[in-house]
Design a protein around this ligand. Structure first.
Ligand code: FE2
Length: 388
């Protein structure tokens, strides 16, 4: 770790939303063994160990590792596990859901203001605004409910000069990780899967609580195979800094992959996080070398179809195909995307790698369809496609 980097806070930017949201901050996973999951993120995803909390720093109930991108320290994930049977918060989560995302965090100008406004607009409170302090100052945070066991955290580090937040120190171990660098740049969007008839509830909840708007709506028949289907709404902050698609299973003759997620996860929760890169061919080549597994590459016909279109593709289509990267044309721009296999034991959470080209801002209906088909193949291999 370079001296002087502070992992609290994101680069200042002029935001334009009524909630004072500056952008995504960290995402926290609750897992069975933080050290193992963090090591995978170091070796495979190319993130650095940058901060640690545990018994040595005064927390006798849990272990947390903060991981961050070496090229963009504001892209960070926190990985936590319980080390005693008494940590009900983490124990109950992992027992029910397996490893998964507990909370995503947005940095805000004023935690009290954002929280008060969210509650007034119908958000369910989890934690009222509070301060945590140490010799380096204090942070403020608060949280509201999301889905079955998730939270959205509001956080502010303006009065904190330490490494990350009180209770965290530099990692105690010198980690030597052999890997290819992946150049991950930040969170593009975070996707939730919800139960039948819950999509409208949760999209309205987020839109109202955070003064977001519905950006895209995929209705019945937009994303489907001969067997199954889903519907989806994308909600976003009005300045497009935060984007959150919400998927709901839709009736089909076999089990929708969203239903499979909900069954395996035991509830609604976060399905995937999309991570931005500015060179997807390089990033995916190196992620593959590091051992990250991706969904199957689309057939030749998919790339032949792309090659036949005139839209100013600047990448070498052979390299995109070699890496299994999806291309979706959108207006004058285009999206390049790829999806990993589920990273844990259950077929639940996975990552997406995304590069937006020439101003593309959407989600790629064509790629959404390709993703849906690719997951359904895996779902069939797991024996989770047919109804009992
Ligand atoms: Fe996505």
């Amino acid at each position: 770790m370079e001296m002087g980097i502070c992992y609290g806070g994101i680069p200042s930017r002029v935001h334009n939303n009524s909630m004072g949201i500056r952008g995504y901050d960290y995402v926290e996973f609750y897992v069975g063994s933080a050290k193992h999951v963090a090591s995978w993120h170091a070796k495979a995803m190319g993130l650095d160990f940058v901060a640690y909390s545990g018994p040595e720093t005064g927390d006798r109930n849990k272990i947390s590792f903060l991981m961050a991108s070496p090229v963009q320290p504001s892209f960070k994930i926190l990985i936590s596990s319980s080390i005693t049977p008494d940590n009900y918060d983490i124990q109950s989560f992992t027992q029910k859901h397996g490893d998964g995302v507990k909370r995503w965090t947005v940095e805000v100008d004023d935690v009290n203001h954002t929280f008060a406004k969210a509650i007034k607009n119908g958000a369910v409170p989890i934690l009222e605004p509070y301060k945590i302090s140490d010799d380096d100052g204090f942070i403020e945070q608060a949280s509201i409910k999301l889905y079955d066991s998730c939270e959205i955290n509001f956080i502010n580090y303006d009065n904190y000069k330490g490494l990350f937040r009180p209770g965290f120190e530099k990692p105690r171990q010198e980690w030597v990780v052999s890997r290819e660098e992946t150049n991950l740049k930040g969170i593009d969007h975070i996707v939730g899967n919800v139960n039948i008839n819950e999509m409208d509830y949760w999209s309205s909840y987020i839109n109202s609580a955070l003064d977001f708007e519905t950006f895209i709506h995929f209705g019945p028949g937009d994303i489907s195979t001969q067997y199954s289907s889903l519907v989806s709404k994308v909600v976003r902050s009005k300045d497009d800094v935060i984007k959150n698609p919400i998927n709901e299973p839709y009736e089909g003759i076999k089990i929708s992959q969203i239903e499979e997620y909900i069954k395996e996860y035991r509830g609604s929760g976060i399905q995937h996080i999309a991570i931005l890169t500015t060179d997807i061919i390089d990033t995916v080549t190196n992620l593959r070398k590091n051992g990250v597994e991706f969904l199957a590459t689309p057939p030749q016909a998919y790339y032949d179809n792309i090659a036949s279109q005139e839209f100013g593709l600047e990448e070498d289509i052979k390299k995109l195909q070699e890496n299994g990267i999806l291309i979706d044309v959108e207006g004058k721009g285009y999206l390049l995307q790829i999806f990993t296999k589920p990273i844990g034991d259950r077929p639940t959470f996975f990552y997406e790698i995304i590069q937006r080209r020439k101003g593309a801002s959407g989600f790629g209906q064509g790629n959404f369809q390709a993703l849906f088909e690719a997951i359904e193949v895996e779902q069939g291999l797991r024996g989770n496609l047919d109804r009992d």
